[in-house]
Ligand binder design. Structure first.
Ligand SMILES: [Zn+2]
Length: 86
C-alpha cells in the first residue's frame, strides 16, 4: 500500500569511479541539492508546493489508514477480550 519513491542511490562510497561529492536530489524534479536541504526539495517554489501537497496527502493517508485499522482492530480486540473474560 505504501509506495516508496526510490531515490537514486549514490554508489560512490565503495570506491566508485565518480567523484561526486555527497549530495541529495530534489524529490520532485531530481535536481542535485545540498545534503543539508530540508525538506528534500530544491528551491523551486513549484517543487516546494508539490512537496507540501504530498506531505498533506501522506498525512491524510496515514490518518485514514489509522482509522481503517482501528475499525478492524477494535472489534477484533473486543472479541479477543470477550473470549478471555467469558
Ligand atoms: Zn525541484
Amino acid at each position: 500500500m505504501v509506495s516508496k519513491r526510490t531515490s537514486q542511490v549514490v554508489g560512490s562510497f565503495s570506491g566508485g569511479a565518480g567523484k561526486v561529492p555527497p549530495h541529495k536530489h530534489c524529490r520532485i524534479c531530481h535536481e542535485a541539492i545540498s545534503i543539508k536541504a530540508e525538506p528534500r526539495v530544491c528551491k523551486d517554489p513549484a517543487c516546494l508546493e508539490k512537496h507540501e501537497q504530498d506531505e498533506k496527502n501522506q498525512k491524510t493517508v496515514r490518518i485514514a489508514m489509522f482509522i481503517f485499522f482501528g475499525l478492524f482492530a477494535i472489534p477484533y480486540l473486543l472479541t479477543l477480550v470477550m473470549n478471555i473474560v467469558g
